[in-house]
Design a protein around this ligand. Structure first.
Ligand code: ADP
Length: 413
């Protein structure tokens, strides 16, 4: 049975067509810069990538173009071969603790929850409506980023702010990247052959969050009302004293939304270094390897020294905060059985994993340096048998989570 997983952003649409239940990926692709004459359309099939520039005025056209190509490429004979469409929806609030079939009331709720996720929910909804229009006979499912974290207790998800804010506006911690935290913790349970595990999942990509999972249930996570809370990321600051907002707004003559925008888009790695939001660039710069397009700026030993120092600092700030959370989750979970690393940085950067695990030696963590250096994006254990806590690299797969949920809900449609 063919099922599509969809991740619609404000100007992008990513998809994966899977054959279920065997989970084979038939084709995947993305259209970026929707709304522009020069949208970038990529398709990947059987390891081969195809990239072209096309004019895509809106999401409806994007969906039409993709579906027409599936026919042209003889992947499907007609649209009704696609039995289900699963959509990533960022904010499900306290309304959804699992994936649901999308009907009118779900659409209304996703709209209502847009006030909590103004950058994401409206975009997700655009994708939902575009697919509903193009293939109305397929069942449609919403898979919420927040759902997996709905098992957090009240004293964990509440902020110590006026209770009225929670009652009136739902001000509380929700957490994000839920599908990834769920996929990775389930994979660890599968590998370890048991469910009664205390797991810390480090999802570290450009966006980054950590969660504490006990016996398959999330009991805490680092992101909050929005993805800004928690550890520093590629462009996000993570936690700051909220007074910083008012202080900088006053001194820089900026509004609160402007400062929040800076904390979301111009902080983290990018904010500290003014160089890049990509961990590879920062890691390289600490070794004095400068990107070609920046060589003319960092053209003296003095400038390169300063950049190397700042890149080291940005990385160390993040490592420190990650370890702070793991330490607190150690207490909350009553010990840790497994620490899992996933997403762009977690899966690929041996330096990141080494930095975190070596700082945890006080808990009896012993890194298997050779394995850690050798592997990327591969399911593998990276601690030695002497280690009191195991650690694994686990390649995440949010699209599989979406397709699995669609498949399991199809029988209720
Ligand atoms: P998001 O989904 O939040 O955009 P990803 O999970 O795709 O982020 O992670 C993107 C980040 O992963 C990049 O910014 C880059 O820093 C990091 N990354 C990707 N590949 C590598 C690699 N080979 N080595 C080190 N870092 C990597």
């Amino acid at each position: 049975m063919k099922i599509i997983s969809v991740n619609a952003g404000s100007s992008s649409l990513k998809f994966k067509l899977l054959d279920m239940p065997n989970e084979n990926v038939i084709i995947e692709g993305a259209i970026e810069r929707i709304g522009e004459e020069t949208a970038i359309y990529t398709l990947k099939k059987d390891g081969k990538k195809d990239r072209k520039i096309v004019s895509i005025p809106n999401h409806n056209i994007a969906v039409e173009v993709i579906l027409d190509d599936l026919i042209k490429m003889q992947i499907i004979k007609s649209f009704d071969e696609i039995k289900g469409v699963g959509h990533r929806v960022v904010q499900g609030g306290a309304l959804y603790d699992k994936s649901v079939l999308i009907d009118d009331s779900v659409i209304q709720n996703i709209e209502k929850l847009s006030s909590l996720a103004p950058l994401h929910n409206p975009a997700n909804l655009t994708g939902i409506l575009a697919f509903k229009k193009a293939i109305p006979m397929a069942i449609t499912v919403a898979v919420f980023d927040t759902a997996f974290h709905q098992t957090m207790e009240e004293d964990v998800f509440m902020y110590a702010t006026p209770y009225e804010w929670y009652k009136k506006y739902g001000v509380r911690k929700y957490g994000f990247h839920g599908s990834s935290h769920r996929f990775v913790s389930e994979k660890i349970a599968e590998v370890e052959g048991r469910k009664d595990l205390r797991i810390v999942v480090c999802h570290i990509g450009n966006g980054a969050s950590i969660s504490a999972v006990k016996n398959g249930k999330c009991i805490d996570t680092t992101m909050g009302l929005t993805p800004l809370e928690g550890i520093p990321m590629g462009t996000r600051s993570g936690n700051v004293d909220p007074t910083v907002l008012e202080f900088v707004a006053r001194n820089e003559n900026k509004t609160v939304p402007e400062i929040i925008d800076i904390l979301n888009k111009k902080s983290g790695y990018l904010g500290i270094t003014s160089y890049s939001n990509d961990s590879r660039d920062l890691e390289d710069a600490t070794d004095y390897i400068i990107n070609d397009d920046k060589k003319s700026i960092y053209n003296t030993k003095e400038k390169q020294d300063e950049l190397a120092k700042l890149c080291n600092l940005a990385l160390n700030i993040q490592y420190k905060r990650v370890v702070d959370y793991i330490g607190s989750y150690y207490i909350l979970l009553g010990g840790i059985d497994v620490i899992a690393f996933t997403a762009g940085i977690g899966e690929n950067s041996s330096r990141f994993r080494h930095a975190i695990l070596s700082r945890l030696s006080v808990l009896g963590v012993v890194v298997d340096e050779e394995t850690n250096n050798k592997y990327r994006s591969t399911l593998v254990k990276i601690t030695t048998n002497a280690s009191k806590i195991k650690s694994y690299i686990v390649p995440t797969d949010e699209e599989i989570v979406i397709a699995r949920d669609v498949y399991s809900l199809i029988k209720y449609a």
